[in-house]
Unconditional design. Structure first.
Length: 368
């Protein structure tokens, strides 16, 4: 190699090594900053006697859930990172330390992040309903150590930190020489962090599902056989009002009624909406027992946006307010079935066309 080529190669190699060193060092320095912030929220808020007098044990648990544990694991992690730097400041690694701490991270961060919705609701409720809580919090926030940051900004630090740590490790993977031990460690650390974030998101989603089921369970009465609503595996897919046409001649407006459908991943509830946001369930069926048809009526008919829903004990002719809503309902109700054999409905002045259940509506697909 010519001297110029060697110089270019060494310069590029030096720049890559320097960038990798900077990213690794940022893991350490950002963790140190994070630990200082955790010290502030624990010492200035969690341990504040004025707040402990005001808060019930339940409110305190929801508001500051596991912050002490988060602080402890973060200081332990920082201590091990600093030891690695002191051992060899130019060639230290961080991903091996992250891998060792991931099981402890998981035990602390997943519950903390799952509790975040309760934390937010508790904070909002206390700020709105307790003048004393608001007064004390605002006083504590004026402490110079907070640097004018509100309590809420400290409470979301763990979520921000675990996300930033994943991004830093992704950057390390990009800058590490391929097919090396360091790259293998970086990839392993990245996957562990991604899995932890994914598990946290799933736990949060499950918690929200349970909350919505508990709320709905308190609002429904069953005119038909009672169905236990609360289940960890149940999630809401789609809900909304539709019109049931009870007279197939389609002429008598009095033979229409508004119904409300809650479609879960395993069951469909058909209800009548009552005052005060309550529902009376008039029918329900497993999703596996449903069959749906998209119906096109004769041109002289004024009825539009109709579809036919077959349930185990009866069939419903339903109308939506828009074509888009109809397609969304058909798509949602048809999800379990790749294909359905639609049969002709006798006694109706309709011409129903067969449709593949997986209705593709590019811009109208239901977002779950």
């Amino acid at each position: 190699l010519s001297n110029e080529t060697k110089h270019t190669f060494l310069k590029k190699h030096h720049e890559e090594c320097l960038c990798l060193f900077q990213v690794r060092f940022e893991v350490v320095t950002s963790e140190a900053s994070y630990c200082r912030s955790l010290d502030i929220v624990v010492e200035n808020f969690v341990m504040a006697k004025q707040l402990n007098v005001i808060l019930s044990s339940q409110d305190k648990n929801w508001l500051f859930s596991r912050l002490n544990d988060v602080r402890a694991i973060s200081h332990s992690f920082l201590s091990h990172l600093e030891q690695a730097v002191e051992k060899d400041i130019m060639r230290f690694t961080v991903c091996d330390t992250i891998i060792k701490h991931c099981p402890r991270f998981r035990n602390v961060y997943v519950p903390y992040l799952t509790n975040q919705s309760y934390q937010d609701k508790t904070y909002q409720r206390l700020m709105e309903e307790s003048h004393e809580f608001r007064r004390v919090v605002e006083k504590l926030e004026r402490n110079p150590v907070c640097q004018r940051l509100p309590l809420r900004s400290f409470l979301i630090l763990p979520f921000q930190r675990i996300t930033r740590l994943k991004l830093l490790v992704q950057n390390i993977v990009k800058r590490t020489a391929p097919k090396t031990k360091d790259e293998a460690q970086a990839i392993k650390a990245m996957k562990l962090l991604e899995k932890m974030i994914q598990d946290s998101n799933e736990s949060i989603s499950q918690m929200k599902n349970i909350e919505s089921l508990v709320t709905l369970n308190a609002k429904v009465d069953f005119e038909c056989r009672t169905l236990p609503l609360i289940s960890q595996s149940r999630r809401l897919v789609r809900e909304g009002p539709v019109t049931e046409l009870r007279d197939f001649s389609l002429k008598d407006r009095e033979e229409e009624r508004n119904v409300y459908m809650h479609l879960f991943n395993d069951y469909l509830l058909v209800s009548l909406r009552k005052e005060g946001g309550r529902f009376t369930v008039i029918d329900h069926a497993p999703v596996s027992d449903l069959r749906v048809e998209n119906c096109r009526f004769k041109l002289h008919s004024l009825q539009k946006n109709l579809f036919h829903l077959h349930m185990p004990q009866k069939a419903l002719l339903l109308r939506t307010d828009t074509q888009a809503n109809k397609l969304r309902w058909i798509s949602a109700l048809s999800r379990p079935y790749p294909e359905i054999d639609f049969s002709a409905v006798q006694g109706m002045c309709t011409s129903c066309f067969k449709r593949n259940c997986r209705v593709k509506v590019n811009s109208l697909m239901l977002i779950i």
